[in-house]
Design a protein around this ligand. Structure first.
Ligand SMILES: [Fe+2]
Ligand SMILES: [Fe+2]
Length: 228
């Protein structure tokens, strides 16, 4: 294992990022830094401790997140059939998310983690409350929300990886590459389809997302806030 870099910024962001030799190219590190700039805050340390204390829920909720990511992409494919670029990118994204889902399932089976029902966190629902209802604003907001969810997932995989066993660490680092590409896909599509300045929408969702991450949450989930 190799310390390849430190993500600069707040104390939480200066944690070392580890990777097995050859698994993370320099451009990925650059993307991770961009993701830290995109997000309002880094994952707080208490959430990381919460995650380590809930290894089964971490895997189950992760599986649910991959499943939900695929289904969100599929819904967009049904709704926006006149947007060729979106159709291609969301189709590929949905396939990748389902592949991730299968990978998490395999890990759960190998570790005897029962796939029990786990309620979704408040995170995605709270972000979606701010999505406007008229088009193309609805599409643009959905894409911005998608970018934030992917960016946070990527940031959390990177923050968790050094703290986990070797198998999970390798898996989470392998996810960084696709999740950071998903973040870019969503953001580029939002810029392409927006008929307005995108920055105010990004700023709004950045603030809402940051508050969800830094405020107290009731239950541990992959995208939850911090414990009381
Ligand atoms: Fe994924
Ligand atoms: Fe993703």
């Amino acid at each position: 294992m190799l310390v390849i870099d430190r993500v600069e910024g707040s104390p939480a962001r200066s944690r070392p990022v580890y990777c097995a030799p050859g698994t993370m190219a320099g451009h990925l590190m650059t993307q991770l830094k961009e993701i830290h700039r995109f997000l309002a805050c880094a994952t707080p340390e208490p959430w990381l401790e919460w995650a380590l204390a809930n290894p089964s829920i971490l895997l189950i909720d992760h599986a649910n997140c991959e499943k939900k990511a695929a289904s969100t992409a599929l819904n967009m494919i049904y709704r926006y059939i006149d947007r060729g670029d979106l159709l291609n990118r969301m189709s590929r994204l949905a396939r990748e998310e389902l592949r991730h889902f299968e990978q998490v399932l395999a890990l759960m089976m190998a570790r005897d983690v029962d796939y029990v029902h786990v309620s979704p966190s408040r995170y995605a629902g709270s972000l979606r409350q701010h999505i406007r209802t008229h088009e193309p604003a609805r599409l643009v907001d959905m894409l911005v929300v998608g970018a934030f969810i992917e960016a946070r997932s990527c940031e959390r995989f990177a923050a968790l990886a050094p703290l986990l066993d070797e198998e999970l660490q390798t898996f989470y680092l392998s996810l960084l590459k696709s999740e950071s590409r998903h973040y870019l896909d969503y953001l580029e599509l939002a810029r392409k389809y927006a008929d307005e300045e995108l920055e105010p929408r990004i700023a709004l969702f950045r603030q809402v997302e940051g508050e969800l991450i830094e405020s107290v949450d009731e239950e541990f989930r992959f995208h939850s806030g911090v414990p009381a």
